[in-house]
Design a protein around this ligand. Structure first.
Ligand SMILES: Cc1cc2nc3c(=O)[nH]c(=O)nc-3n(C[C@H](O)[C@H](O)[C@H](O)COP(=O)(O)OP(=O)(O)OC[C@H]3O[C@@H](n4cnc5c(N)ncnc54)[C@H](O)[C@@H]3O)c2cc1C
Length: 486
């Protein structure tokens, strides 16, 4: 009947899947991991890899509950805080070394909370949130180092087998409504894998499914990371009656998109000497004071008369001093780091035409099809505000008011791009997937960004923490199910 047999089948080999597999195997289960791509890592491998710590768990739970805006039950939040507080110790047990996350000195954003580097410092309980940590290693961004630790532990475990290039296509359910296995595609045929104890869905979000973006997030995005994340787990779980939650939640920033690559490149400025303008040449936000995960909000603006989206794309405008301070991209962050190295002085990207340049603002405007007088007026007003040290329109902090002085001037299109989506099948504190009637679907678990506990207000460093915490819970609980009898 079955092509392969295991106690626990894990769908998706990213951070949550690797952790779930390690945890299930530690509880004595034989595990098969199905991965869609030819290699594992998913979003986790190319991420910042930062992990949240807590200073006070009760206050942290109050904070997270408030951010989730009534959509995530208190026991799920508390379980997250308690279990994820063990992440650093668990990683050390796995052979990784935990070190503080150092914010980049080149980073010009005004973090609202300098200790925690978390958004929403005024929300009740924010003082319970601790600093970020990361796995020590050679990566400028720590996802690669975290993935190294997870991969080593999975590969060394004789009870875990990985089937690569085997995208799961559906869940197999018996007549008692118990999930008994998974069907997947291997080459040009279907294979079936039996799960005697349970199935764990860890196959990520829908960063590369634009129809879902429009339906659930209300706007289209480009993806920054793993093109394998196309919402397959949502389809598979919904097909057997799972409830969905947080489908309108995402963490999104600004990025560049060029036809050379299927994924976007992260935008990041080396100095505060820049502004954003919309397609009419008008500034629209505090460029340095808005948390990077929340750019979906300003970028999603719709003109209610024309139904056009004047901030998608928007434009970043900067001068020669800023250009010479460093790359205008977060080198090493995201999938692009596999295939492209941004030049340190941006000269290669100017030559490619990715960065438009001109000797004066009026000529620059013409290059991006903008009315010259509108862009000139915005830059002149911003420069005046810099002299006065006060930004009455957007409220930028005085120390970030650096004028656009020395020509040439530069412009680039910036688009809303996804770190990750949050939606998917709803889960409870035991990591069980819940059906539309509020009951657990028998023997079905989930972890990671697929059906994350986070909603729209994402404070940073929460998704990797969750992937590890709920990966462990799901692995342990699936492995402890009584085995199905034939
Ligand atoms: C640039 C960037 C930086 C980030 N930085 C941070 C950070 O610093 N801290 C933080 O907390 N979060 C961060 N995030 C978010 C975080 O990385 C992810 O939310 C988290 O790693 C998700 O882990 P996961 O295991 O759920 O999914 P993934 O790691 O994406 O793994 C999912 C896996 O499932 C596979 N898959 C998909 N469909 C199928 C299928 N049908 N069958 C089998 N396999 C399938 C995919 O190919 C993939 O390998 C960042 C994200 C990005 C893109």
């Amino acid at each position: 009947m079955w092509d392969h047999e295991a106690d626990v089948v894990v769908v998706g080999f990213g951070g949550a899947g690797a952790t779930a597999a390690i945890s299930a195997a530690a509880a004595g289960a034989k595990v098969i991991v199905l991965e869609k791509n030819a290699e594992g890592g998913g979003n986790t491998r190319f991420s910042g890899g930062t992990i949240r710590t807590f200073l006070d768990m009760d206050k942290a739970a109050d904070f997270i509950e408030a951010l989730c805006d009534g959509t995530t039950e208190r026991d799920v939040v508390e379980t997250f805080v308690h279990e994820s507080s063990k992440n650093p110790e668990w990683i050390q047990q796995m052979g990784g070394e935990i070190v503080p996350h150092q914010a980049k000195t080149r980073d010009t954003r005004r973090y609202p909370h300098s200790l925690t580097l978390a958004a929403f410092p005024s929300v009740l309980g924010a003082e319970g949130i601790g600093p970020r940590v990361r796995v020590k290693g050679g990566g400028e961004f720590a996802g690669i180092d975290l993935w190294g630790v997870l991969l080593r532990n999975v590969v060394a475990n004789a009870n875990i087998r990985i089937l690569y290039a085997a995208p799961a296509s559906r869940l197999i359910v018996d007549t008692r409504d118990e999930v008994t296995g998974v069907a997947a595609v291997s080459g040009d045929h279907e294979i079936t894998v039996s799960a005697k104890r349970g199935v764990i869905l860890t196959c990520g979000g829908f960063e590369y499914e634009q129809t879902m973006h429009r339906n659930y997030l209300g706007q289209s995005f480009y993806g920054l990371c793993n093109p394998g994340n196309t919402g397959d787990g949502i389809v598979m779980a919904a097909e057997i009656g799972a409830d969905l939650w947080h489908m309108n939640g995402s963490a999104a920033t600004f990025g560049y998109k060029y036809p050379e690559f299927p994924f976007a490149i992260r935008h990041s400025m080396p100095s505060a000497g820049f502004i954003y303008v919309d397609q009419a040449g008008t500034r629209f936000m505090d460029e340095t004071g808005t948390d990077m995960h929340l750019m979906w909000a300003p970028a999603g603006h719709i003109d209610v008369l024309t139904l056009k989206r004047p901030r998608s794309p928007s434009y970043v405008i900067f001068d020669e001093d800023t250009r010479l301070r460093g790359a205008v991209s977060a080198i090493g962050h995201g999938k692009v780091s596999d295939v492209y190295q941004w030049s340190k002085d941006n000269s290669a990207e100017i030559k490619k035409g990715w960065i438009k340049s001109a000797g004066n603002i009026a000529d620059l405007a013409l290059q991006i099809n903008m009315q010259p007088d509108r862009l000139q007026a915005s830059v002149a007003k911003y420069n005046m505000d810099c002299v006065g040290g006060y930004d009455p329109e957007m409220g930028r902090e005085p120390h970030t008011l650096i004028p656009l002085g020395r020509p040439p001037y530069y412009a680039m299109d910036i688009w809303p791009v996804l770190f990750n989506t949050q939606g998917g099948p709803k889960r409870n504190a035991k990591a069980q997937v819940i059906n539309v009637r509020g009951k657990p679907i028998k023997r079905l678990y989930s972890a990671g960004e697929l059906g994350s506990l986070w909603h729209k207000n994402y404070p940073g460093a929460g998704n990797v923490s969750e992937a590890l915490a709920f990966g462990r819970i799901a692995g342990k609980n699936a492995a402890s199910e009584l085995p199905l009898t034939d």
